[in-house]
Design a binder for this molecule. Structure first.
Ligand code: FEO
Length: 431
């Protein structure tokens, strides 16, 4: 990502996201699959009496973090650095930040000092920190940061930080998920409810009594926005995520009950795998083309980074599904078939389906997937799109048009024929 792309994003008056995007990650901490990567969210809060930094990013993304920080604050303005959690995905840039802003006060929870020493390995014992507990506050002049001690979510050190005047909760890993999407806000990104539940199940569920203790502190708070350390920023109806944690941490648990799904726009989910990146580029262009049509929520997932089970409910709720696969040995690749053969238990009748993919010399995957979609009683109103090896600019334009046509078929706004006679197939254009 170039420095030009590294703008800070204002999430509330005087509060900026200065984190980093890691769209290529497919496995986190070796236990979590990540179908479209993750984000490391860090924030800058400006008050009349200085700037607070809340969390940092994984070490290899430090340049991105400092570039975004430079857009919103000078280093000498930083008065405090709040660490909600010391795991290295949030403290990787801390040593460099301490070097660049040595005047800043470091604020951590009461269980964090020993861990911080182990993390930073200071050469002397004089690590200057301020330890805070529930209800303690730090003033930035015209605004205050108030702390909530929320241990074991999911390490002993974890805490949340509440910006009192703006009613913003910086929640650390709590309410986070591994979902990377440039659109950043929960009302703009692709579908991520399964990521939210999946993250809870793998990270927070072992500590559910601590989740319930934390909710006692969080539920009474007025909330205009939750700013977690991973994944989308929750500005639209933030309280429903608190409610979801209450459901999931209650006895009986809520995994058998779907995440509240009302008011959802029409949903197109694009699944893909790629051997050398060509089908990835096609998938991204299909997504971009579909997003140009208003009234849709378009989601993009790399099946290499995911298990299948979390997607089944989403697929059942979706209005359209597009599958991108390269052709390998005259066939679509196995994860695509694994997914398509797992859908027998849900009804797909009448949903829109589509297929696309890059190929070397034959390109059978696309028509084979289309046959399977028809076998599942789906409609395939836009003929499949396949192209040979590396996509050209014109072929990526065709991918965007393909995505737009799928979206128009979903919304009923198509003004061009997308019947079976309309074939956008570079294989057949080849000599
Ligand atoms: Fe995102 Fe527990 O670190």
């Amino acid at each position: 990502m170039s420095e030009h792309d590294c703008n800070a994003i204002e999430i509330a008056p005087g509060v900026h996201w200065i984190g980093a995007l890691d769209p290529g990650l497919r496995s986190f901490d070796m236990i979590l699959r990540t179908a479209n990567g993750t984000t490391y969210n860090a924030y800058a809060v400006r008050g009349s009496d200085g700037v607070a930094i809340i969390d940092t990013v994984k070490a290899e993304f430090a340049d991105e973090f400092f570039a975004r920080l430079a857009h919103v604050a000078r280093l000498e303005e930083i008065r405090v650095i709040v660490l909600n959690h010391l795991e290295p995905d949030h403290t990787g840039a801390l040593p460099e930040l301490l070097r660049r802003a040595p005047q800043a006060r470091l604020i951590i929870s009461k269980r964090a000092p020993a861990m911080l020493k182990a993390l930073l390995k200071p050469t002397d014992d004089a690590l200057d920190v301020e330890v805070v507990d529930t209800g303690d506050e730090v003033s930035l002049g015209d605004r205050r940061l108030r702390f909530l001690n929320t241990p074991y979510l999911h390490w002993p050190d974890t805490q949340c930080t509440y910006l009192v005047e703006q009613q913003v909760l910086f929640s650390g890993d709590v309410f986070g998920c591994h979902h990377c999407d440039l659109r950043l806000f929960n009302d703009r990104v692709g579908e991520f409810r399964f990521s939210f539940d999946y993250y809870y199940a793998h990270i927070m569920r072992p500590f559910k009594s601590h989740v319930r203790d934390a909710l006692k502190l969080i539920e009474p708070l007025p909330l205009t926005l939750i700013a977690p350390a991973h994944g989308p920023i929750l500005r639209e109806r933030p309280r429903r995520y608190v409610t979801r944690y209450r459901e999931l941490s209650s006895s009986g648990e809520g995994f058998d009950r779907p995440f509240e799904a009302n008011d959802q726009p029409a949903s197109l989910i694009v699944f893909y795998l790629s051997a050398y990146g060509s089908t990835t580029r096609m998938a991204e262009a299909v997504q971009a083309g579909a997003e140009a049509v208003p009234g849709l929520r378009v989601s993009l997932y790399d099946l290499e980074g995911s298990e299948i089970a979390p997607f089944i409910d989403l697929i059942e709720e979706a209005d359209a599904l597009a599958f991108g696969s390269p052709t390998v040995n005259g066939d679509a690749v196995k994860p695509i078939w694994d997914l398509l053969s797992s859908l027998g238990g849900i009804s797909l009748r009448g949903k829109i389906g589509a297929a696309f993919g890059s190929y070397g010399w034959s390109g059978e995957a696309v028509p084979m997937i289309e046959d399977r979609l028809r076998g599942l009683k789906m409609r395939v109103p836009v003929s499949g799109l396949r192209l040979q090896l590396t996509p050209t600019a014109a072929e990526l334009d065709a991918c965007r048009a393909f995505g737009r046509q799928i979206a128009e078929a979903m919304t009923g706004t198509s003004n061009t024929s997308v019947s079976a006679e309309r074939v956008i197939d570079f294989a057949e254009l080849s000599p």
